[in-house]
Design a binder for this molecule. Structure first.
Ligand SMILES: Nc1ncnc2c1ncn2[C@@H]1O[C@H](COP(=O)(O)OP(=O)(O)OP(=O)(O)O)[C@@H](O)[C@H]1O
Ligand SMILES: [Mg+2]
Length: 460
């Protein structure tokens, strides 16, 4: 089980000790590499990078302590266990201070030897696991800040702050990559349930039967393969928040079950008879047009109203371009740190291209673009060369305004341009007309008149 993949380097100058250890370790299922002195040990270490090294202290050519130093210098993580005869215990203790895992005294107690090795490897794999988990967590939370400047996002955050203080069900809506996941976590961590669990289920990624068993759990024997009882997300989210991501994707059958759970705050495990209570706070998210799904009878209206107690709409990035430079800065800093490279700035030309682009994949697309750009940049500045072609070309494609311009009446061409600029400024100001008018240098009334003229708005 545990042993099969681990390899152990044994360094001892005595052939009898080598063969004894080899036999025992092979029988335990480890791979074994042998070395006859310190120098060989270091060479073999470089060649095979074993998981654990058993080092004799007194060896010819290079002793165990020196080999220990050299191996440590190459690898801070590898497990080293010293082997020592009676006269060299002090040296072994010295190695312990330098970070050896343990030491074994010759003649060996074979049981002790096996146990010490097993413990060492177990600890090692546990700490490796912990490290990955911590890293994952750190990565997640490093990118956990919500960066914004726009008024539209300020309003979103204000609303999120208010709802986080209640247990009301929230429905997060917005295009893919606009930050729904991020906001769901934000609401949880700012709520009174912050110390409780945040449990997420991605309804779109799972087949129907799995969504059901994931949500409600199952009893042993509920279906083939259900060998033990498993709690569902509703149970796991007790005292915390249950985040139902991609809620628009759930099947009609699950919709009914979910509605029941929301209405009565209770549910049953699959194959179970016991009714369980749930107190989880619900946040649902979707990028789907649920109104349309309802009109096609794909999504239940009663469920929609249960979920839609507090709707929060995350505007697409193209409607809040004021956020863009801040997000760009933030992601550059993050990825420079993550990829361990010196700080980068962004050239004006690059920023202009990034601002002109319409970001169909929203902030996720921007994040990926910046990661790629940081990776590809060789100088101190991010230049347009490291941006994808689609972004480089986008701005030019906007010049379609001038297509056939010499063959069309001047008023029409000028109108197109004016229309384009007004649209752009409105996007940049998040739809705020006073600020748009100010930016355009015209009165609010004139802006209103133009909006009607260009069909952005009907006459009031
Ligand atoms: N305002 C923001 N500030 C910083 N990072 C953000 C912001 N909004 C989104 N992000 C980052 O953009 C990425 C996409 O966000 P998220 O996963 O929350 O989007 P989503 O709306 O859930 O998308 P989908 O509908 O595809 O699930 C994440 O890495 C997130 O951390
Ligand atoms: Mg999401």
């Amino acid at each position: 089980m545990l042993n099969t993949t681990y390899s152990i380097l044994v360094a001892d100058d005595e052939p009898s000790v080598q063969s004894l250890l080899k036999d025992i370790l092979l029988k335990e299922g480890y791979k074994v590499i042998l070395a006859g002195n310190g120098e060989e040990a270091v060479c073999s270490f470089r060649q095979y990078s074993p998981d654990l090294v058993l080092l004799d202290v007194r060896m010819p050519v290079m002793d165990g302590i020196e080999a220990f130093r050299l191996i440590r210098r190459e690898n801070q993580e590898v497990l080293i266990i010293m082997m020592t005869a009676y006269g060299t215990i002090e040296t072994a203790v010295q190695a312990m201070k330098m970070g050896a895992f343990d030491y074994l005294v010759k003649p060996f107690n074979l049981e002790e030897l096996k146990v010490v090795i097993k413990k060492a490897l177990e600890m090692h794999s546990m700490s490796a696991e912990l490290k990955t988990l911590r890293q994952e967590l750190a990565d997640k939370y490093n990118l956990g800040n919500i960066i914004f400047k726009s008024k539209a996002m300020q309003e979103v955050l204000n609303l999120a702050d208010i709802v986080s203080k209640s247990d009301a069900t929230v429905l997060l809506r917005g295009e893919s990559g606009t930050g729904k996941d991020l906001l769901a976590r934000y609401i949880h961590t700012h709520s009174l349930r912050a110390r409780g669990p945040f449990v997420k289920i991605h309804c779109g990624a799972l087949p129907e039967t799995l969504v059901e068993s994931e949500l409600f759990g199952y009893e042993r024997g509920a279906f083939t393969g259900a060998t033990t009882r498993k709690p569902g997300k509703f149970e796991l989210a007790r005292g915390g928040t249950l985040f139902l991501d991609e809620i628009g994707e759930i099947s009609p059958v699950i919709q009914v079950k979910l509605l029941h759970a929301l209405q009565y705050k209770e549910f049953e495990r699959l194959g179970g008879t016991e009714t369980l209570k749930t107190d989880a706070r619900l946040i649902a998210a979707t990028n789907k047009n649920l109104e349309e799904a309802m009109s096609k009878k794909e999504f239940r209206e009663d469920l929609f109203y249960r979920l839609n107690v507090i709707p929060i709409y995350l505007p697409p990035l193209r409607e809040r371009k004021e956020d863009l430079p801040h997000l760009v800065d933030y992601f550059i800093r993050h990825f420079c740190q993550k990829l361990k490279r010196s700080p980068l700035s962004v050239s004006q030309e690059t920023l202009t291209l990034l601002t002109a682009y319409d970001w169909p994949g929203n902030i996720r697309e921007l994040e990926n673009t910046i990661e790629r750009a940081v990776l590809l940049s060789s100088g101190p500045q991010i230049t347009p060369q490291v941006l994808p072609l689609s972004i480089n070309k986008y701005k030019d494609s906007q010049n379609h305004l001038f297509i056939n311009s010499s063959e069309r009446p001047l008023k029409e061409v000028m109108g197109d341009i004016e229309k384009h600029i007004i649209k752009k400024v409105l996007e940049e100001t998040g739809g705020n007309r006073s600020r748009a008018a100010e930016k355009l240098g015209i009165s609010r009334r004139a802006l209103h008149y133009k909006l009607v003229e260009y069909g952005f708005q009907t006459e009031e």
